[in-house]
Design a protein around this ligand. Sequence first.
Ligand code: FAD
Length: 317
Amino acid sequence: MSDIYDLIIVGGGPGGIASAVEAYIFKIKKVLLIEKGDNHSQTIRKYYKDSKRVDKVWRKQEIELIGNVDFFDGTKESTLDHFDSLLEKGIIDTQYNSEVYSVIKKENIFKVTSSKGDFYAKNVIVSIGRMGKPNKPPYELPRSLKAIINHNAYDCGGEENILVVGGGDSAVEYACQLTTVNKITLSHRGIHIKDANDINLEMITRYEKEKRLTVLHNSTTIAIDDKDGKAQVSFADKTSIIYDRVIFAIGGTTPIGFMQSSSIDLDEKERPIFSEEFETSVEGLYLAGDIIYSKGGSIAMAINHAYTIITDIMSKN
Ligand SMILES: Cc1cc2nc3c(=O)[nH]c(=O)nc-3n(C[C@H](O)[C@H](O)[C@H](O)COP(=O)(O)OP(=O)(O)OC[C@H]3O[C@@H](n4cnc5c(N)ncnc54)[C@H](O)[C@@H]3O)c2cc1C
């Protein structure tokens, strides 16, 4: 316990990086950032397609930045470069390839248990997002089709007949981007796509009109079976179509197990309870970014949480 950090940040996505930068600006001395991947921003690296447009207004959430960390419209690559440059200054002690399992407070000090050992801190920010466990459909998926049922677009080859499931920005972006070399169908449950931002709505409407893809509105998948190594998808309207690949772009889940093992109080819907400053029921333990929203937040929101949390920590010291 000789080395007690002033602050440990768990998760090196936008929320974690912004927390690290704000901590540096506010002169919090001993800060450690722990990330389970081999680099920061694993959600962006794994789930954003190369060259993806990154919008500051995401899921129609218009956010004005309140802190010291800037963020602007760009691409996957420019966003990663931006976060690289924020961390590059070498200002933060960073530990990669280290997964945190729990954060337990005892005698006013947090013990952060990770795959690389235990670390101790006075305050902890957990910003581990929701994409560690992407949402799955309510029916069982055949194990034999594991390679062609995905949650991102990384494994798509080309000239494939692909079904993208989802009605939000990620689904629309995957669907449109993949049309260049694939035959794409987008299946979503609504009568109209309404969860996407204006740019994506315009794009999907145009692509549909130009017959660059097919959109199945009011469509629910109810089962997937293995048909000679391909995905035979059954829909609620009793139709069934065979695809080379299916991509579920239906968001991620709140890491409830992590929060329970860290003694964070949850409400009746298993959502974390937190203050306006994003402090949980455990004093000194904060949540930032997507982890606090049941439907996911945005990069700008995560960046703002960081500023609010760090100013709260400062006000208590
Ligand atoms: C396909 C897609 C497209 C998107 N496009 C946009 C967009 O254009 N604009 C926008 O504003 N938002 C977009 N978003 C949403 C945006 O990515 C999130 O709101 C944002 O990344 C949330 O940041 P975060 O720091 O909370 O979590 P994340 O970005 O998910 O980062 C969490 C980090 O924590 C690490 N981690 C997880 N568990 C542990 C653990 N136990 N121990 C240590 N580390 C851990 C992960 O490896 C990861 O690096 C998109 C999301 C998706 C999926």
